[in-house]
Design a protein around this ligand. Sequence first.
Ligand code: 5GP
Length: 187
Amino acid sequence: MKITKLHDLYFKEFISADEISNIVSSLAEQVRKDLPSNEVPIFIGILNGCFVFTADFLREYKGNCEISFVKLSSYQGTSSTENVKSLIGLNEDLSGRTVIILEDIIDTGTTLQEIYEIFKTKNLKELKIVTLFYKPDVYRKELHIDYIGKGIDDKFIVGYGLDYKGYGRNLPAIYQLTTPPKMKNIV
Ligand code: 5GP
């Protein structure tokens, strides 16, 4: 079993790089198949975690498309209780466009809902949501997720763009939190 230590915690390999690659190509193929052949969607990757997934997904997407990245930021509004969300990096005019959001992981769905509320105001032709990973046991929203790569249990994962305290984003596989191992298993 492959085990790695990131900062102060141990993680074991949970989803191999090969399995991820199959999931990503199948997602890209499904999305392409469901769009009219002349449709040029704009994919929007939600930073930071989505950057690895987005790069692989796009190379598997066999059609014309555009890509942009955004980051959700929150700041204090005019009153102390008001927490305003905005998207940094959204410069394109999206009106009349088919927008496809690319998420690395959807957990409670709070982030997704906030992003959705912002895109909803942009007069889009269509909005679709793709996520690589999804935790069905903790998802709390009604919002429909159009494409799900893989449902996983409610355990913290790292790798393939996802981090723990900034570490682990460069791991090619997905690792799951585990208990400290015997020393010989550590890579
Ligand atoms: P939500 O708003 O759906 O509860 O959480 C979404 C965000 O939380 C993700 O975009 C990701 O940044 C973070 N997140 C949720 N679950 C995990 C996980 O298992 N591992 C990592 N590294 N981040 C997670």
